[in-house]
Design a protein around this ligand. Structure first.
Ligand code: NAD
Ligand code: UDP
Length: 323
């Protein structure tokens, strides 16, 4: 590819779990990648294999502060994603989502860049409609412990559509459902990472509530493919579009699968259900199938098998596999 044909692409939150996998794909496509991160939950380890590539650059920056760059596309992923991390400093979480969106949309407007927002199934809150379609407006508590994340992401979606209508910014919004895979932070408190670490250490598996709540888990490679298709899709389809794997499992089923897969001696123990924990979650992905020709191809068993090696290497203190 000629130098002037390369796209300059900014990935905010690029040293995080999803961001680093996205950078891998974009670097391989020979684009010029600017990876921006403040390393709150992301790590240099996630992107260390990219640091010596001539088309990869790393910027340490906090998105709560403005930033001026020349870019053609922006993937806005910066925001802590696990309840433990986003509740650590809830005010900062709101600022990252809302001020981060304002700064990135302002940049997109100035330099005429296309911009994609990593939104979330959390905009549906504890959903009264099942499975969730994009036209469902959600059931979100404005003042609970999850609100900093949920409402921050909802406000970001609003800002994206206001910049789209008011300033013709070329936007894309994806609503990501629970995603897992190598490079998940081992201490992020999310269910897949917790259960793998507990199972591999033969410690008790902590199921919150009675384990009957459901989630739908998407393997990271499928998700990244969906994000890329959305960014490169039709300009007249800004979204929002659900991206996730519709396979729905109870948390108890997930615990049993991980115990089986790891051959663990762990016992399941039950702990109190956190406040406002959604009881069910399953994406309706008909819109993604229709508009993007996308659906996941890796089921939960296959994805967990791909992920176990990464957690085994972490627990044994070796260099992470797939990391
Ligand atoms: P992650 O925590 O691994 O990645 C987030 C990245 O953003 C980290 O590298 C972190 O250091 C960085 N960051 C946080 N605050 C920042 C700030 N103020 N300035 C600059 N960088 C900052 O989480 P992830 O799972 O990779 O999630 C990436 C995005 O996808 C997030 O926006 C999240 O809300 C969204 N999402 C993820 C999931 C999922 O299941 N993984 C589901 C729904 C939505
Ligand atoms: N969960 C659990 N044990 C854990 C961590 C989480 O039972 O050690 C439950 C949690 O209560 C929720 C589900 O697993 O019902 C998914 O939690 P996670 O934090 O991964 O994602 P989110 O709630 O944001 O979907």
């Amino acid at each position: 590819m000629e130098y002037h044909d390369r796209k300059r692409i900014l990935v905010t939150g690029g040293a995080g779990f999803l961001g680093s996998h996205l950078c891998d794909r974009l670097v391989a496509q020979k684009n010029d990648i600017l990876c921006l991160d403040n390393f709150f939950t992301g790590t240099k380890g996630n992107i260390s294999h990219l640091l010596d590539k001539s088309n990869f650059e790393l910027i340490r920056h906090d998105l709560v502060q403005p930033l001026f760059l020349e870019v053609d596309e922006i993937y806005n992923l910066a925001c802590p994603a696990s309840p433990v991390h986003y509740q650590h400093n809830p005010v900062k979480t709101v600022k990252t989502s809302v001020m981060g969106a304002v700064h990135m949309l302002g940049l997109a407007k100035r330099v005429n860049a296309k911009i994609l927002q990593a939104s979330t199934s959390e905009v549906y809150g504890d959903p009264a409609v099942h499975p969730q379609k994009e036209n469902y407006w959600g059931n979100v508590n404005t003042i609970g412990p999850r609100s900093c994340y949920d409402e921050g992401k909802r406000c970001a979606e609003t800002l994206f559509f206001d910049y789209y209508r008011q300033n013709n910014v070329n936007i894309r919004i994806v609503r990501i459902f629970n995603t897992y895979g190598p490079r998940m932070h081992p201490n992020d408190g999310r269910v897949v990472s917790n259960f793998f670490v507990q199972a591999l250490n033969n410690e008790d598996i902590t199921v919150f509530g009675d384990g009957s709540q459901t989630r739908s888990f998407c393997y990271v490679d499928d998700l990244i493919e969906g994000i890329l298709r959305m960014m490169n899709g039709q300009d007249d389809f800004p979204g929002p579009v659900n991206l996730g794997n519709p396979g729905e499992f109870t948390i108890l089923e997930l615990a049993e699968k991980i115990i089986d897969l790891t051959g663990s001696k762990s016992k399941i123990v039950f702990k109190p259900l956190p406040e406002d924990d959604p009881m069910q979650r399953q994406p309706d992905i008909n819109l993604a199938e229709e508009k993007l020709g996308w659906k996941p191809v890796i089921n939960l068993e296959q994805g967990l098998k791909k992920t176990v090696k990464y957690f085994e290497s972490l627990v044994s203190g070796k260099k992470p596999v797939g990391g």
